[in-house]
Design a binder for this molecule. Structure first.
Ligand code: ZN
Length: 71
């Protein structure tokens, strides 16, 4: 159990270090998640084609209005 915690901690630590390096411009191996999502095309409702607010529900494929119609 202790070994697992230590393993997870070292994993987390290495991830944090990579982000710190990225902030300081030492590496560009990781793309910040904000940049990554900005490059994605906007999600559209499968029913009416309206743009979906991704901050609201990442897993939905329909806009608020169409979701309301079903439920
Ligand atoms: Zn819709």
């Amino acid at each position: 159990m202790v070994t697992l915690v230590l393993f997870l901690w070292s994993l987390l630590d290495s991830v944090i270090r990579q982000f710190v390096d990225l902030k300081e411009g030492k590496t560009n191996m990781l793309i910040p998640s904000t940049e990554f999502f900005k490059n994605l095309p906007p999600k559209e409702c499968v029913k009416c084609g309206d743009k979906i607010d991704e901050m609201h529900d990442c897993y939905s494929h329909k806009c608020d209005n169409c979701e309301k119609e079903i439920h």
